[in-house]
Ligand binder design. Structure first.
Ligand SMILES: Nc1ncnc2c1ncn2[C@@H]1O[C@H](COP(=O)(O)OP(=O)(O)OP(=O)(O)O)[C@@H](O)[C@H]1O
Ligand SMILES: [Mg+2]
Length: 490
């Protein structure tokens, strides 16, 4: 019991220590750069495909990382930190990575180490992603978040329920073929199928695209992990948000985190309330992710200026719950939902009458009339969930704690039995903050109160909305509504 008490005190302090210095305060919250002017004058010109010098990003900041640890480590936060520190900032320590992340080693690295240590002459049956064959180099990643990947990792269920011949998906076929080969070759029945997929080492895939394909317009945000730039694609002429990892990630502990974000984006790219993904690549050992540019910035920057009124909160709730419903329907969870990770897109709402007026103005006054009309036009705001770096599967969760201001108590206790409801708690906290309940505490008695079911009523909100926020932040995850049932709430 004493141990539990001590643990409770320790949990919020894990980030509290971190927050004690100014530098760490920065690390826990994304910063949005309000660029002086996003307008850029671009001279149309013929594209030349010569390589410009690679942009050298200075390593501006370092950041702590909280990794999921074993149950044994659960009561020992300092141990978690030491573990993280060991891998932190050690891109050149493949041995440590080998020992700590054996399942995630690329086949090439494993082969190299095995040869050096002269462990064995005869190749033995290795899990698929670790399998070493002469001249074998891993050529692809298998995205662990796709439904096929879940199926493939459960060979028996896959074969009995679907039958081999009915498997239309090529990646699944490849996976099963390799599994069969392995079984036939070595007869090793104990090979565990629940494996991390083989991984393509990022440093082997470095390509130079950023300056060649994009024109950097401005820095629009700084997070714990990435710098986000507004960029124009030189070829298609559209504006994108490109997130570049602050540190070089290839070969480091952060490589998995960076890939995780890409894998999640690639699977969750088809919903209006989730930031759209276009492409990703490694350059100069940094990870770059090309995403949809959200022209309204983040919700965090909006609520730094003003609180949202209930009608706006309802739209926010509806959109984010829709996005969550989509993420949850893929058996995935976001795990870092917060105002800094919700982005706004604003589109002018052009009603028919507006269009007619504008056309008339155009003929009468030229373009000036249109601009005047546009400035008077109301904008439709769409809220989108972004920053998928913490996404994990509920079937095989690898939880990296997000921002402690928005996390429910059970996650800090490493109870991952109802991760969907952890996202609901974070959304409840975000609504509370957006309605004027912020800034949210990072620790201390106020932090505890918000997790003990003592979220105060906000006078600006209706009783129903206050009650909904209280339900979403209920200490018992079971009592919180699901993303689907939020729609049925009166
Ligand atoms: N698609 C986008 N459109 C517009 N602005 C964006 C976009 N993506 C990110 N930003 C801006 O950049 C900031 C940091 O982005 P993001 O949250 O993805 O980085 P991060 O390093 O993963 O952050 P965190 O500190 O939450 O881990 C955001 O808060 C936002 O202001
Ligand atoms: Mg973020």
């Amino acid at each position: 019991m004493h141990e539990m008490e001590a643990f409770r005190k320790l949990q919020p302090e894990r980030k509290q220590d971190a927050d004690s210095s100014q530098e760490q305060i920065e690390l826990n919250s994304s910063v949005e750069m309000r660029s002086p002017s996003p307008v850029c004058h671009i001279q149309p010109r013929k594209l030349r495909f010569a390589s410009p010098p690679i942009d050298e990003e200075p390593q501006k900041r370092s950041s702590p990382i909280h990794t999921r640890s074993s149950a044994a480590a659960a009561v020992s936060p300092p141990y978690r930190k030491v573990r993280a520190l060991r891998l932190f900032d050690t891109p050149a320590t493949p041995k440590t990575i080998l020992q700590k992340s054996r399942n995630h080693l690329s086949a090439a690295v494993a082969a190299d180490v095995a040869r050096k240590n002269q462990i064995e002459e005869r190749p033995r049956s290795l899990p698929l992603h670790n399998r070493v064959k002469d001249n074998f180099q891993p050529q692809w990643n298998v995205n662990p978040f796709t439904p096929d990947s879940f199926l493939a990792r459960n060979k028996k269920r896959c074969r009995t329920q679907f039958g081999r011949d009915n498997l239309s998906n090529r990646s699944l076929q490849i996976f099963l073929n390799s599994e069969e080969e392995k079984d036939d070759g070595e007869g090793d029945e104990n090979v565990e199928l629940v494996q991390a997929p083989k991984r393509l080492a990022l440093q082997d895939t470095n390509i130079s695209r950023y300056q060649k394909e994009f024109l950097e317009i401005s820095l629009i945000g700084i997070g714990e992990f990435g710098l986000v730039y507004q960029c124009l694609n030189r070829l298609d002429g559209c504006v994108y948000a490109i997130k570049k990892s602050i540190k070089p990630v290839a070969g480091s502990f952060f490589e998995k985190r960076a890939l995780n974000e890409v894998w999640a984006h690639a699977v969750l790219g088809k919903h209006d309330n989730v930031v759209r993904y276009y492409s990703a690549w490694a350059e100069d050992n940094h990870m770059l992710i090309q995403n949809e540019y959200c022209n309204g910035g983040s919700l965090q920057s909006l609520i730094q200026k003003r609180c949202l009124v209930e009608s706006e909160l309802k739209i926010l709730l509806l959109h984010v719950a829709e996005g969550l419903r989509y993420i949850h329907s893929n058996d995935l969870v976001h795990m870092d939902l917060k105002s800094g990770n919700i982005f706004l897109t604003k589109m002018p709402s052009l009603h028919k009458s507006n269009t007619l007026t504008m056309a008339k103005e155009f003929y009468e006054d030229g373009m000036d009339g249109i601009y005047e009309e546009l400035s008077n036009t109301e904008c439709i705001t769409t809220y989108k969930i972004g920053d998928l770096g913490h996404v994990t599967s509920v079937k095989e969760p690898h939880v990296e704690e997000g921002d402690c201001r928005y996390l429910p108590f059970e996650i800090l206790q490493e109870d991952f039995s109802n991760l969907f409801k952890a996202d609901i708690f974070s959304l409840g906290m975000t609504l509370f903050e957006a309605a004027g309940g912020g800034p949210l505490p990072k620790n201390g008695p106020e932090w505890q109160k918000l997790r003990n079911g003592e979220v105060p009523n906000l006078p600006t909100l209706s009783t129903e909305f206050n009650e909904l926020i209280q339900l979403m932040t209920h200490p018992d995850p079971e009592k919180r509504p699901s993303s689907t049932s939020i729609f049925n709430h009166p």
